[in-house]
Design a binder for this molecule. Sequence first.
Ligand code: MSP
Length: 560
Amino acid sequence: MDTYYVTTPIYYVNDRPHIGHCYTTLLADVAARFQRMRLGRPGDVFCLTGTDEHAEKVVQSAAQRGLSPLEWADRNAAEFRKAFDAMDFAYDDFVRTTEDRHKTRASAYIQKLVDSGDIELGDYEGWFDASQEEYVPENTAREHDYKSPVTGRPLEKRTEQNYFFRLDKYEGWLKEQIESNSIRVLPDARKNEVLGRIRQGLNKVPVSRRIKDGDADWGIRMPNDPEHRIYVWIEALCNYLTTVDTDDRRRFWPANVHVMAKDILWFHAVIWPAMLKALGEEAPKAVYAHAYWIREGRKMSKSLGNFIEIELLEAYCERYSTDAVRWYLLTQGPLGANDADFAHDHFVETYNADLANGVGNSTSRVGNMIDKYLGGELTMLCDGEYGFPNGTALQTALQARQNAGKPAEGEMRTFHFANLTREAVEKAIAAADGFEVDEMVRQGLSLVRAVDDFISYSAPFTLAKQIDELEDGPHALATILYSCAETLRIASLLIAPAMPTKMAELWQGWNCAPADGISLEELARFGGAHALKKGQKITKGEALFMRADPKEDAPVAKKD
Ligand code: MSP
């Protein structure tokens, strides 16, 4: 893989940034951070997010506030950026559809489709979902009692003369592309859904709207017919290409993955690839549609007023750290086909189990032991095949347990840290390829758990007490602690895309920040060129995460 390009939906500027927008953007951010490290060439990764600004409702809500549509859009786009900063997202570009770079290119693509006969004029009558700015097929409208399947608001019957995109021409091609995984529709359950719907037959898609008297000058006009405006959805999809359609960014096309929730999968898995085909462009390699966040068991909606807005997430960030919020959203979120519940109890449980008692405890325990027993410096490498020269270090540790009257039970176990870490990295890379970003970082956590298990088994604290009595004691203790620290270093690389700040803190204390320009496989080689070294100083530092009190009330959003 030479380059990696991941996108999020561009969000409607009319909404306040909430957990859903933050979640999808987090997934893209974590994937991009992982791939930057995996390739060792951050410049070859491109992560795009942004705002979708030409919807009709922007005009209406701007007017209600006495603002021009652009003033209102400016204000809200800034809110999204602020929210994404608070969540520590490192995207490479933030596109706004009101920018010239988008408008000019989107308009050129539409003209090209008119020229090729893929867009043509015709009459259209259908059920329009004004809350979603889209037409709903007759059978879906009927199924939902002529109400919006998304918001439940009544659908409107509309007839208009429109330009149409000939989606029907691409039915066979789409089926073949998706079936053969040339375009991967992920997760698998979604692929079947999309194929099922394609098999029902594809119709032409309206791509324009006639401008009425009194309409605000908002949106992009059809380049061949300025009486018509390009339908906002068609124009919005173009953002993925308009943003990288420059000399220096063209190499990122096609996107490796477009990420979104299941509400807008059809546009991304079917309409957009067909438009690209018609334009003579390559289709995205994958489209990933996750499920929804719900809150304390209930769907989030405007009418219930129970959205988890950015202010509440910020209150969690303030109390538990931004990285902890990122970790919770990422590992407990609706990445697969099932919705996920944001519940305070569950947050605290996950925080304590994975972070305070997991990553935090393990790193501070190992740091403290190195400080206490080795004077804060690694004195021994661990070069044996099993992470221990001939297993002797472990034998010595077990002897110490025996001497202390706390023998280990069962057969002697071995801990193949060189293998374990290599496997974890391989699994993380495979998970990243299928956009299973939660599984990707969980591989890091599994290494932390392996270190905990090893510490309980080898009991270095027991060994330390007998260091002068056992012939091989100092050697064994230093070897064991090296293995723990080196495994945690590799774990930290896999965890860093989710928790960049906390892992940077650890690297600072342990003097092991990953070098630039080196691929993950090189960085993560146990005992390899970038491993912890003999003589390396390890500062014990503060614990990365303090235990959370489950009895404490949930944080509340600060209102300004
Ligand atoms: N503007 C269109 C997208 C155009 S893309 C060319 C749009 N915008 S939106 O603001 O409504 O964003 C929808 C997206 O927000 C979802 O696809 C998802 O990424 C995210 N989420 C919104 N609510 C969500 C949840 N409750 N849970 C998880 N994510 C959801 O549609």
